[in-house]
Write a protein that binds this ligand. Structure first.
Ligand code: GDP
Length: 425
């Protein structure tokens, strides 16, 4: 009764969309377990480009039940818009299920994030401004509104009155904005509730029942390990917990079900927004990686910072998540570099660190120690087996496996679904 966890091992944007889509084929349930509409999976299916920000990519398959679990924050307007988009593309979203325990993104979350990030000026975190951080903050402060509250109007009004009293003081008195009337919000959210009624469910029970029946469940993470609220480069992180442990907490199932943890790792590294990034290359190589890899945010359109592969980060992700295998993406982007650098350790103040240093100040100052490898010229987009790759590319894959201590089972050699090498085990 296996559950598979699939997550990013870097700072997000590892190409999870395609990998998840590829793996989803053999699954019965695909569960999104954290984040909100800040994920931006890009999938090319049947020649169609789809951009999903909230709904799990499993929705593309009619045999899959797609689940938005407890730990996701849901903007109901975005959810309904994505469902409409799917219907218009001929994809039936009726298999989607949304947890009654999921927290809702409210209009004041969006407004507050906008004004507070503006106020922070150069110290702003560079968030996606979708209200996700403020929704998670309210969840922790126990003033959040959950999906289930939409189906009890008296409770919804009561909770909104409590929370709006404070939010409106902050909006009007600190940020000089307009107050938000409860009535308008209640009206909008009750209308969403009606439209969402067929999709809301006790998803914890649904997932557990599926596992007991021996069905295959995939727990799909968003963002990446280095953006984890606890284990990432705080405060330059996301406001939820992408690591494996949280997949279980959010889905509401025990760890004994998980027999596979797939780490999605890009053949180089990118990062959006501020925060430490030891292998960042601000020169020509970084520029080329960005151009060849089309490294622009799917949600924000922002140019991503780019750099060489960081094996210390991979080892850290392997440890935190208990990775059982790696899916290496975008190897094709490295074609044409005469030499390639792989960071094997860091130098900080005369000391060598094989791991991500436990103290953020050290990580900010970490200088990469590189191993240089010969590159390859060939376009590898047609490779379908490890043996089809130039020997330099094979050597690159082997080095990452050795340094990370985790076997590579899939390799992406292009954006299309079929541009995937499945490594025989
Ligand atoms: P995600 O949110 O983790 O899916 O990452 P991105 O938003 O960065 O999307 C990944 C982009 O890379 C999409 O445009 C994919 O089509 C593309 N992509 C995924 N895998 C590969 C690959 O192996 N090679 C190339 N060249 N592109 C890929």
């Amino acid at each position: 009764m296996p559950a598979t966890v699939v997550l990013g091992t870097q700072w997000g944007d590892e190409g999870k969309g395609k990998a998840v889509d590829y793996l989803a084929d053999g699954m019965d349930l695909v569960v999104r377990y954290q984040g909100g509409n800040n994920a931006g999976h890009t999938i090319i299916a049947e020649g169609r480009l789809l951009k999903l920000q909230l709904i799990p990519s499993g929705v593309l398959y009619p045999h899959i039940t797609s689940v938005i679990a407890d730990g996701v924050v849901v903007d109901p307007q975005v959810l309904l818009d994505e469902m409409t988009q799917l219907s218009e593309a001929g994809i039936d979203p009726s298999g989607l299920r949304v947890s009654l325990n999921a927290h809702l993104i409210m209009p004041y979350h969006l407004e507050l994030e906008k004004v507070t990030q503006r106020f922070l000026g150069k110290n702003a975190l560079g968030t996606t401004k979708r209200g996700i951080g403020p929704a998670y903050a309210d969840r922790a402060a126990r003033v959040g509104i959950r999906v289930q509250d939409l189906y009890d109007e008296a409770i919804l009004r009561e909770k909104l009155d409590v929370v709006l009293w404070e939010k409106n003081q902050v909006l009007t008195k600190i940020y000089n904005r307009m107050a938000m009337p409860a009535e308008r919000i209640v009206e909008d959210y009750l209308a969403y509730a009606e439209r969402l009624r067929p999709y809301v469910a006790d998803t914890g029970k649904l997932i557990d029942d599926a596992l007991r029946e021996g069905r295959h469940v995939m727990l799909e993470g968003a963002q990446g390990t280095m953006l984890d609220l606890d284990h990432g480069t705080y405060p330059f992180v996301t406001s939820s917990t992408p690591v494996t442990g949280y997949a279980l907490a959010s889905a509401g199932v025990g760890p004994h079900h998980v027999d596979r943890v797939v780490g999605i790792t890009k053949a180089y590294v990118t990062r959006v927004g501020a925060g430490p990034f030891p292998t960042e290359d601000t020169g020509e190589a970084g520029e080329q990686l960005g151009e060849r890899g089309h490294e622009f945010g799917t949600v924000t359109g922002r140019k991503r910072r780019c750099g060489w592969f960081d094996a210390a980060v991979l080892r850290y992700a392997a440890r935190l998540n208990g990775l059982s295998e790696l899916c290496l993406t975008k190897l094709d982007v490295l074609s044409g570099f005469p030499t390639l650098q792989v960071c094997t350790a860091y130098r900080v103040g005369g000391e060598t660190w094989d791991d991500v240093p436990p103290n953020q100040t050290l990580f900010h100052r970490a200088e990469p120690v590189y191993e240089e490898l010969p590159g390859w010229e060939e376009d590898i987009g047609e490779a379908r087996a490890l043996e089809d790759l130039p020997k330099e590319a094979q050597r690159y894959v082997e080095l990452l496996e050795d340094l990370g201590g985790v076997p590579v089972t899939m390799i992406g050699v292009g954006p299309a679904r079929e541009q995937t090498i499945v490594v025989a085990g």
